[in-house]
Ligand binder design. Structure first.
Ligand code: AVJ
Length: 323
């Protein structure tokens, strides 16, 4: 197994982003990628098995049920699979097994969490006919390295699962898919997962579970700033908030300051005042309509080949081919 290429998320970059996000005018924010340090990634693994978080299981069910159809749609002699944000790759095994039945494949998980990437490489590296080449890089950097290493005749299949596309603003999502498309050549493929609109009674508990795992996942970013940036956040003075913005069609996660307070973050060279009720916005999770995901792909240079919907949890997987 190859050693992963080094992380691009240096401490100073984290410090700079924190400083920018917490000292700018208006809504304070921290990018959701910072939720996934070692503790955050472990908590996210727990989220995936919570009964309220149906999203992960829907994705896994669709992969399991449609692995053979997806494999049958790709008609090349050699296949390289690049997964953007693989996590531990638990649900991806189904698809890799189906693909590797026909021929040996290369699998490149692209993931910023070193722990998750390590586990992913170990587990999926045991599959027959699968050569794992992990990349600890941001999505597009990783994808460009995979594309640069491709040999003539190899077809690239990009996996963007888990509805991570939902973390982008609407316009940014399309821009991102366009950038993915630019790293590809005609005939390459993209499998895109998207969580769909559903009743709030189902959606809200998925992002605010009664056990408090999602709250811990969210609050961990404050603990991470304490650990890595010497900050003095009092975690008991913040609480997790999940709300739905109907106009933007997204769940927003925030950390709400329950009192007025000032927090010092020495390694980000700042001190940040909070008024009571003020929030730090930590994540958005947009919810799609099935046709919308196809449209987004089309506008980004892909042709939708097939779309599958889960029977239990409103969720879509769409297979595209690069035009
Ligand atoms: C992994 C980004 C798809 O938005 O549903 C889960 C992350 N946040 N619970 C999502 C998450 C809170 C998840 N994604």
């Amino acid at each position: 197994m190859a050693t992963p290429t080094l992380a691009k998320y240096s401490l100073s970059e984290f410090a700079e982003d924190v400083r920018w996000g917490l000292t700018k005018d208006g809504q304070k924010e921290i990018h959701s990628k910072y939720l996934y340090d070692e503790v955050g990634s472990a908590l996210f693994e727990v989220i995936t098995v919570l009964p309220e978080y149906g999203l992960f299981r829907a994705d896994e069910r669709l992969l399991r049920q449609n692995a053979e159809s997806i494999a049958a749609s790709l008609e090349c002699q050699a296949i390289v699979v690049a997964e953007l944000g693989s996590g531990t790759g638990r649900k991806t095994a189904w698809l890799l097994e189906a693909l590797a039945k026909k021929q040996p494949i290369v699998y490149s998980p692209i993931e910023i969490s070193a722990k998750a990437l390590d586990q992913c490489s170990k587990e999926l590296g045991q599959l027959h006919n699968v050569d794992v080449r992990p990349l600890q890089q941001p999505y597009l950097d990783g994808l460009l390295s995979v594309a640069a290493a491709r040999k003539p005749g190899e077809q690239l299949l990009v996996l963007f699962l888990g509805s991570t596309i939902g973390n982008f603003e609407w316009r940014a999502a399309e821009l991102f898919l366009t950038e993915v498309r630019q790293a590809l050549i005609p005939g390459d493929a993209l499998l895109l997962s998207a969580d769909l609109e559903k009743p709030l009674s189902q959606l809200l508990p998925a992002y605010d579970d009664p056990l408090g795992v999602t709250a811990s996942f969210d609050l961990n970013v404050l603990a991470r700033m304490n650990r890595e940036l010497d900050a003095d956040f009092d975690l008991s003075a913040f609480r997790h908030l999940a709300r739905y913005d109907a106009a933007e069609r997204r769940i927003e996660m925030h950390l709400l300051s329950t009192r007025s307070q000032r927090v010092t973050i020495p390694r980000a060279h700042c001190s940040v005042p909070f008024i009571e009720g003020e929030t730090i916005w930590t994540e958005s999770s947009h919810k799609f309509r099935p046709e919308e995901t196809k449209e987004m792909g089309r506008r980004s240079g892909f042709r939708p080949l097939r779309q599958w919907l889960d029977a239990e949890w409103a969720f879509a997987q769409t297979l595209f081919v690069a035009e």
